[in-house]
Design a protein around this ligand. Structure first.
Ligand SMILES: Nc1ncnc2c1ncn2[C@@H]1O[C@H](COP(=O)(O)OP(=O)(O)O)[C@@H](O)[C@H]1O
Ligand SMILES: [Mg+2]
Length: 299
């Protein structure tokens, strides 16, 4: 079968949508025990306006997907103002605070100009905004930072100062940091930051049962109408052994398996089929390595 046909592999196999896309689509979010615990607790923390939550996890454990799901839930509520930073690499504290002012649609007073207001003025403007929105309009302001391990000390310090804005009952800004484990090694030395963490959670890879549930959930969510079971149990065990339960690796491997099903004109995946796909991948990458091509997306 020509390679072109694999473009719409999902319809050939009986799906209405792509089952194993790696985009962090909240619709494809599966409530594993840990993802669910993290999400439920984050929503409680935000409702109580407790201030700082930190979600840690290795690459590919589902932090970004969790943050999109959180935004999706927050969007259902009318009282939230939120902003999400995807890459927190700011060169100065001013640059960071200015980006907040811009992205949260904060009006600068007439006597201030974006180009030349200083750190204190920027903090004042943000504090006034937080007071206005929280106390007068009863809104909750949420700032979510993904890839938070990239935060430098100056920006962390700015965040700490924002967390100091509070009333007797609650913080005026709610901060959710999601980052790789290095994030914790960074903040562990900043006791005045560490003290402010109200909820901390580490996402671990899935176990074999959750791997199976995640795969089946995504197959159903993609509107599978093919009838027969696609993955036999021994195939799931093989996927688990290879991916060690990392959601990103599971999704990427399953995507390749689906493409291979179409190429081979098959409908069912057993453990030998999974092993063959893995083997082909390894050969492909070692050939690329031999040609000196950088390997970026190895599963
Ligand atoms: N709870 C989940 N339900 C369904 N798919 C998930 C889940 N968590 C992660 N994934 C899948 O794994 C991929 C990688 O997750 P991602 O959120 O990008 O990880 P991280 O941000 O920790 O590196 C996602 O694109 C998604 O396909
Ligand atoms: Mg991510």
């Amino acid at each position: 079968m020509p390679a072109d046909n694999t473009l719409g592999y999902y319809s050939i196999l009986g799906f209405q949508r792509e089952p194993f896309s790696t985009s962090p689509n909240p619709e494809f979010f599966y409530h594993t025990r840990e993802h669910d615990l993290a999400l439920t607790n984050l929503l409680i923390e935000l409702r109580l306006r407790r201030g700082l939550s930190v979600i840690l996890g290795d690459v590919g454990t589902g932090k970004t997907t969790l943050s999109r799901k959180l935004l999706h839930e927050l969007n259902k509520r009318g009282d939230i103002i939120f902003h999400m930073i995807l890459d927190p690499s700011f060169s100065t504290q001013d640059q960071f605070l200015l980006s907040l002012v811009k992205n949260m649609d904060i009006d600068l007073p007439d006597n201030l100009d974006v180009k030349n207001c200083d750190l204190l003025e920027l903090r004042d403007v943000i504090e006034t905004f937080l007071i206005q929105k929280t106390l007068k309009e009863n809104r909750t302001i949420v700032l979510i930072v993904d890839e938070a391990q990239k935060l430098d000390l100056a920006t962390l310090e700015s965040l700490r100062i924002l967390l100091n804005f509070e009333t007797n009952e609650h913080k005026l800004i709610q901060l959710v940091l999601l980052g790789q484990l290095e994030l914790y090694s960074k903040i562990v030395h900043m006791s005045n930051f560490l003290d402010r963490i109200s909820f901390k959670f580490t996402l671990n890879p899935l176990d074999v049962n959750e791997t199976k549930e995640l795969i089946n959930f995504r197959i159903n969510k993609a509107g599978y109408k093919g009838g027969a079971k696609i993955f036999l149990d021994d195939a799931i065990s093989e996927v688990y052994n290879y991916t060690k339960g990392y959601p990103r690796k599971i999704t990427m491997l399953c995507h390749k398996i689906m493409k291979e099903l179409v190429m081979e004109d098959q409908k069912i995946v057993d453990n030998t089929f999974v092993r063959d796909v893995i083997e082909k991948e390894k050969q492909f990458f070692s050939a690329e390595k031999n040609e000196g091509v950088e390997v970026i997306n190895q599963v």
